[in-house]
Write a protein that binds this ligand. Structure first.
Ligand code: FMN
Length: 169
């Protein structure tokens, strides 16, 4: 089975998850989306994005549209709590980003450290703004800064390996 792992990253979080996944999938080829090959030549694709304003970041979304008629494993990192409604909404929307006939076998997501410049920008927001620096937001940003951690990487690798096994069964 020809296996491809593609990721898009701005600050490295999604790349770390992609590397852990690639190690867990025998013979997998790993590419940054900027240099990724035509997905048509592969049987199983693990596709990773970072959440940008509630959805897959633009470069990942453009590539996902080109993945047609494949079995895929989706993974993503985001600043929000992975158990939040926001994370669930992102997860539910992800399968719709693929091209025609693509079936998402499974998905994995975890928090990823938020870029310091974005945090600095949010800290300047006035009270009442959805991005304003409340104590809860500061707590969430501090928690995000610890991810992806070793446990996240292990879980990602395991979920991807299970998805591949399901496709091969
Ligand atoms: C411009 C921008 C927009 C973002 N939008 C969201 C968002 O809507 N929801 C969220 O939970 N995290 C958001 N984040 C946080 C990133 O998704 C998160 O830090 C991710 O792990 C970054 O991945 P990367 O290191 O692979 O680039 C945003 C980050 C940036 C820089």
């Amino acid at each position: 089975m020809k296996t491809l792992v593609v990721y898009s990253t701005e600050t490295g979080n999604t790349k770390k998850v992609a590397e852990a996944i690639a190690k867990a999938l025998p013979g997998a080829e790993l590419y940054d989306v900027k240099a990724a090959p035509d997905p048509a030549a592969y049987d199983f694709i693990a596709m990773g994005f970072w959440v940008d304003k509630g959805g897959p970041n633009k470069e990942a979304a453009e590539y996902m549209k080109k993945i047609c008629g494949k079995k895929v494993f989706t993974f993503f990192t985001l600043g929000a709590n992975p158990d939040s409604m926001h994370a669930k909404t992102c997860a539910e929307a992800a399968p719709k980003s693929y091209g025609e006939g693509t079936e998402q076998v499974a998905a994995f997501w975890c928090q990823g450290a938020i870029a310091p410049n974005l945090i600095a920008w949010m800290r300047k927001m006035p009270a009442g703004n959805p991005h304003a620096p409340t104590p809860e937001a500061e707590k969430r940003w501090a928690e995000a800064a610890k991810h992806p951690d070793e446990t996240d990487l292990q879980h990602a690798a395991q979920a991807a390996a299970e998805a591949l096994a399901k496709v091969q069964a």
